[in-house]
Write a new protein. Structure first.
Length: 299
């Protein structure tokens, strides 16, 4: 049985092809630390689902980008930020995304288009597009960004996901009219959508005003009815208090008062018709009052 070491080794390949026996063996350049950390962070995010470790790895890698050239540094930095954004979103820390990204780019105008697009999509999905309003507006107004090929896509995304949902119709109109990134057909379509949104906004305002007016009228009617009911209760209380005295006593007091005023003899036969009529009159008044308030009549 032959030893494994007797098998000829495969030729080592370097930058210049297969090595000759007379050439020294040159070690391949060690991968840059930031690139290694980027691969590690992506592996933690996608494979191991360890979002906290992925975020920490990105934060370790970002300060080491000074050792890279400008082009490579921008690409790796953008990729690290994308992994960090996804890790924050998976941990339900999406509100920290914008501030976390801006600490590495300082100003909104320097954000890469991919990072900015991801932020807009994230905050729009979480129904808080207002958080990125100023950042995206500043990025779109920067002259250097207006020459980028991603400018038109970001402007359309800003219109559909931020300005129109927030009702910023004047800002949307200014962006469409003043931006050269839109074709004439796209500009007309967006202006038509803005016009429809403005009409809906106007109808909603009119509807809210009418509802407020109806509420005010209903409140006034309710207060008026409450006042009438209070007056009715006061009147009922006064009448019931007045009639709480025995009616016979009241009738007797009225008869005595009448006798004192008129001064006639009740035993006289001529006074009997008058007394009968007076009794009938008081009895009718009693029946009328008790029938009005639906009270039982007591003799």
């Amino acid at each position: 049985m032959k030893s494994d070491f007797s098998t000829p080794a495969a030729p080592l390949r370097g930058l210049g092809g297969p090595l000759r026996s007379s050439e020294p063996v040159r070690a391949a350049p060690a991968p840059l630390a930031a690139v290694v950390l980027l691969e590690e962070a992506a592996d933690l995010l996608v494979v191991h689902l360890d979002f906290g470790a992925a975020l920490q790895t990105c934060e370790r890698a970002l300060p080491s980008l000074a050792n890279l050239d400008a082009g490579t540094s921008l690409e790796v930095k953008c990729s690290l930020c994308i992994v960090g954004i996804q890790a924050l979103a998976e941990m339900n820390r999406w509100r920290e995304v914008l501030s976390w990204v801006l600490q590495y780019y300082q100003v909104p105008e320097k954000l890469p288009p991919k990072v900015l697009e991801l932020c807009v999509l994230l905050y729009s999905k979480m129904q808080e597009p207002g958080a990125v309003l100023e950042v995206v507006s500043a990025w779109l107004q920067d002259p250097d960004n207006q020459d980028l090929p991603e400018y038109r896509a970001l402007a359309e995304l800003h219109l559909q996901r931020v300005l129109l949902p927030l009702g910023c119709l004047s800002e949307a109109e200014e962006l469409v009219v003043g931006s050269a990134g839109f074709s004439e057909e796209q500009r007309l379509d967006v202006l038509q959508a803005i016009s429809k949104a403005r009409q809906r906004q106007k109808h909603q305002c009119l509807g809210s005003e009418e509802a407020q007016k109806l509420n005010q009228e209903g409140s006034f009617s309710h207060k008026f009815l409450s006042l009438l009911m209070l007056l009715r209760r006061l009147w009922d209380s006064t009448v019931s208090h007045f009639f709480s005295l025995p009616f016979k006593k009241s009738l007797l007091a009225a008869l005595i008062l009448c006798l004192l005023v008129v001064r006639f003899d009740p035993a006289s036969p001529s006074s009997l018709p008058f007394l009968c009529k007076l009794s009938q009159l008081f009895h009718r008044i009693q029946e009328a009052i008790f029938s009005l308030y639906r009270l039982p009549i007591h003799d």
